[in-house]
Ligand binder design. Structure first.
Ligand code: PLP
Length: 406
């Protein structure tokens, strides 16, 4: 079992007060908080070892370089990648997807080819594909979801033809919380020769991820959603595919030899890591994965699932409240609305009570359009949240209803 009080002690921000009230942080889907070991390790590196990676002969540079490569192995281990060459550091999920949309697109997508995404994707897993399709005169197709928030797999089957070059799908929806059946979807895509990119931004802190078991071709996630720092994330890609893709950004580090006549490129993973990376952020990310690895992602996920069920049960007691996303497999996210109250008002009044939730279109306008909503309120959970905090949220919602007289 997860020892929540012990975990909470590692997150000093959870003892902060906002407007004189103890913070209830339920915006973990946007960004999770960082535990002391991550902040301490980064501080140690800033204060004692700060130096650019991969280019020095001196002690500090070697120290940072070693720590970065250790973090890469930590990621490899965490997602069960076959080789550390398959782990590319990026600025986050968004940059990882853009990298694939460009480099995979250059190598494998041409006029009339198709890219398949789902209706429940975050904008980061829509717009880069639209840009690719525009560039290559390819076609973007969309797999819809039903009102429960589950993908319509019969339509997916129909859309999967040999024209499809790549499927982009969220492991967990950032609005609906749906855990998509990505393993089955990948097998189906492979049967027609399509590759699959899994957007694991909302999964990485809540579900064990095994890229070899999933057999995904690409997988992306951000450090800041898994208790690590901002500005750093990961693209996993199968080595054979990455080898066949051209570099995305050019600059230092991604080259082997630069000549005005012809430049040659570095080996994996450096071919895709142009310029100075956030090398201390990378150290922090490695530490964050070590931290959650010790607790156990599966254990954290089980605890959060219990909390999710409790929260949904409590929220369903509020008659005018509607939850969006009732999939059978759901993780850590509850998006909702109260009839007659604007989502922004709801979020603002909860904030006054010290409760942090997200409001608006949640970077998923197609999901809003599906339900005919201009926005929603989202409470998203982490392993340090408690039933007492859920009770405060529900109490807060009831107070708002009273205040606004609905
Ligand atoms: N994909 C999903 C499902 C997300 O929830 C998010 C962020 O909320 C992203 C992609 C983008 O992540 P980032 O902004 O860290 O690149």
């Amino acid at each position: 079992m997860v020892d929540v009080e012990k975990i909470r002690a590692d997150f000093p921000i959870l003892e902060e007060k906002v407007y004189g009230k103890l913070l209830v942080y339920l915006d973990n889907g946007a960004t999770a908080q960082r535990p002391l070991p991550v902040v301490d390790r980064m501080t140690e590196y800033y204060l004692k070892y700060n130096s650019n990676v991969h280019r020095g002969v001196h002690y500090l540079s070697n120290k940072c370089t070693d720590a970065n490569e250790e973090a890469r192995r930590e990621v490899q281990h965490f997602i069960h990648a076959a080789s550390e060459k398959e782990v590319i550091f990026t600025r986050g999920t968004t940059e990882a997807i853009n990298l694939v949309a460009y480099a995979f697109g250059e190598a494998f997508v041409g006029e009339g080819d198709e890219i398949l995404v789902t209706e429940m994707e975050h904008h980061a897993n829509i717009v880069p594909w639209q840009m690719l399709c525009e560039r290559k005169k390819a076609v973007l197709k969309v797999v819809p979801f039903d009102d429960k928030g589950e993908l319509q797999l019969d339509i997916y089957e129909k859309l999967l033809t040999e024209r499809v070059k790549l499927v982009g799908v969220a492991y967990v929806s950032n609005v609906l919380g749906t855990v998509n059946p990505v393993r089955e979807m990948i097998a189906r895509a492979h049967a027609v020769g399509a590759k699959v990119l899994v957007d694991a931004a909302q999964a990485i802190a809540h579900l064990p991820v095994d890229v070899q078991e999933l057999d995904c071709d690409f997988l992306a996630f951000s450090g800041h959603k898994v208790y690590g720092p901002t500005g750093v994330g990961v693209l996993y890609g199968k080595e054979k595919l990455l080898e066949q893709m051209p570099p995305w950004q050019g600059g230092g580090e991604m080259i082997r030899e630069v000549r005005f006549e012809k430049t040659t490129y570095n080996e994996l993973p450096f071919k895709f890591e142009a310029g100075t990376p956030d090398f201390i952020g990378i150290v922090g990310l490695g530490e964050a994965l070590k931290y959650i690895g010790k607790i156990g992602v599966a254990e954290a996920g089980r605890y959060e699932e219990e909390l999710l069920h409790y929260a949904q049960e409590q929220m369903r007691q509020i008659p005018r409240l509607r939850i969006f996303g009732e999939a059978r497999q759901k993780a850590s996210v509850i998006s909702f609305q109260i009839d007659g109250i604007h989502h922004f008002d709801l979020g603002t009044l909860l904030d006054q009570m010290g409760i942090a939730v997200r409001t608006g279109q949640l970077c998923a306008e197609p999901v809003m359009q599906h339900y005919g909503m201009t926005g929603m309120v989202r409470a998203s959970l982490a392993m340090y949240n408690t039933k007492a905090e859920i009770d405060k949220l529900c109490e807060g919602l009831r107070k708002v209803e009273k205040m606004l007289n609905v």
